[in-house]
Design a protein around this ligand. Structure first.
Ligand code: ZN
Length: 130
């Protein structure tokens, strides 16, 4: 397993990590297989979305905030129940095919780390299976 860190700067934001994940694939030495990208946190997530226009990621953050507002009368008393729900909605693992040592992503796709309770220093775990 290969780990790398993501330093987040605001409470909620997406960070493209495609290059870091590709570097992990390079380090693994696997040329044909599956790359599992896993986020070991309960208020952060990972997803594949459009990387061409950064407004797409910002729009997703904004709309998740509308769907799951911070002040909605939750039982959880850490002021981050909304962060847990957003992380649940997005998910904490993503598989990507690997061929010829490269992540198989669509033309407009990128891998994003999703922060929902920052700023923090987070981890991403990558396992590449040949
Ligand atoms: Zn919590």
């Amino acid at each position: 397993m290969i780990k790398f860190k993501v330093k987040t700067e605001t409470r909620e934001a997406f960070y493209e990590i495609t290059l870091e994940v590709q570097r992990a694939v390079d380090r693994s030495g696997v040329s044909e297989g599956i790359c599992h990208i896993y986020v070991p946190h309960t208020t952060a997530a990972v997803l594949i979305q459009e990387a061409h226009d950064p407004a797409v990621a910002r729009d997703i953050v904004t709309h998740l905030r509308r769907l799951i507002p911070r002040e909605a009368g939750f039982e959880h008393q850490e002021d981050n129940a909304d962060s847990h729900i957003k992380a649940t909605a997005v998910g904490n693992t993503v598989p990507v095919f690997v061929e010829q040592g490269k992540l198989c992503l669509g033309t407009w796709q990128g891998v994003f780390f999703c922060e929902f309770d920052g700023p923090r220093t987070r981890e991403v775990w990558v396992k590449v299976q040949g």
